[in-house]
Design a protein around this ligand. Structure first.
Ligand SMILES: O=P(O)(O)OC[C@@H](O)[C@@H](O)c1c[nH]c2ccccc12
Length: 284
């Protein structure tokens, strides 16, 4: 996939201004800024806000995960994506509705659906199809850099958004969260190190996602959750993300304190993603 994109000086958080930021993340964010600015010309904020409010009330995303944790179940956020740049996944044929139904039958608590197209071949239509096929709350998995995208998420039917601390300033993170809360949407904030955890704790959301994938190197190591989940305060809920494949991985994440898991690639590489999801749900 040719991704030679114009790199602009996106307002990245100070900690990320150095060259240590992965080319991938920098290119994704630079392209996202260009894309979002163009899309706002087509659909101004006032109109997108109207569409969001017309979309009705979201399904409870955070409450679904809190209930799973309270019932000592695994809170599985099962991901729907056609491709992934880091692992070379391409799922063909790709049936978002069928995959979502299989996840629901397997006992998943929520869905995560990629809507980033250049890198993950995701679309808002994938999210709409997956959401319509189940009763599960759906997280819009995309690179949020502007509150306009939060209204767009609700307008396409999403029930929650992701805030990646490595991708935004503290001020933007707060604006994104305020916008989501104003729409009664859930917020999963994502971190990859101790500094990002401290920044994330400045937000209200209880859901602290620990991404085992380093957005600089795209290297994945589930030991990241084992290091960071114990540092998450007791009034928050750690969510282990990325690189989770086996029942043993699930037990390691649970032992580290993460009973909510976000899993994609392993499930989507299987002929029957539902059976693979059930194996993980039953593992803890
Ligand atoms: O496919 P995996 O390794 O199971 O990972 C799922 C999910 O954690 C990953 O897709 C993800 C986590 N944070 C993101 C931010 C943007 C895009 C993708 C992601």
């Amino acid at each position: 996939m040719d991704q030679t994109l114009p790199v602009t000086d996106a307002p990245l958080p100070d900690t990320k201004r150095s060259a240590d930021l992965s080319d991938t993340l920098r290119q994704i964010l630079a392209a996202k800024y260009v894309e979002v600015q163009a899309r706002q010309q087509e659909t101004p904020l006032a109109e997108m806000e109207r569409r969001a409010r017309d979309a009705g009330r979201p399904r409870p995303f955070t409450a679904a995960l809190c209930n799973a944790v309270a019932d000592l179940r695994v809170g599985l956020i099962a991901e729907v994506k056609r491709a992934s740049p880091s692992g070379g996944l391409i799922r063909e044929p790709f049936d978002p509705a069928g995959i979502a139904r299989a996840y629901e039958e397997a006992g998943a608590t929520c869905l995560s659906v990629l809507t980033d197209e250049p890198w993950f071949q995701g679309t808002p239509e994938h999210l709409r199809l997956a959401r319509e096929a189940t009763n599960l709350p759906v997280l819009r998995k995309d690179f949020m850099v502007d509150p306009w995208q939060v209204f767009e998420a609700r307008a396409m039917g999403a029930d929650a958004i992701l805030i990646i601390m490595a991708a935004v300033t503290d001020e933007m993170a707060e604006r994104l969260e305020d916008t989501a809360r104003g729409l009664d949407m859930g917020v999963l904030v994502e971190i990859h190190d101790e500094a990002e955890l401290q920044r994330a704790l400045g937000l209200e959301t209880r859901l602290i996602g620990v991404n085992n994938r380093d957005l600089r190197s795209l290297k994945t190591d589930i030991a990241v959750t084992e290091r960071l989940a114990p540092l998450v305060p007791a009034d928050r809920i750690p969510v282990a993300e990325s690189g989770i494949r086996t029942p043993e991985d699930v037990r390691r994440m649970a032992h580290a304190g993460a009973r909510c898991l976000l899993v994609g690639e392993h499930l989507l590489r299987q002929p029957d993603p539902g059976a693979a999801a059930r194996a993980l749900v039953e593992a803890a």
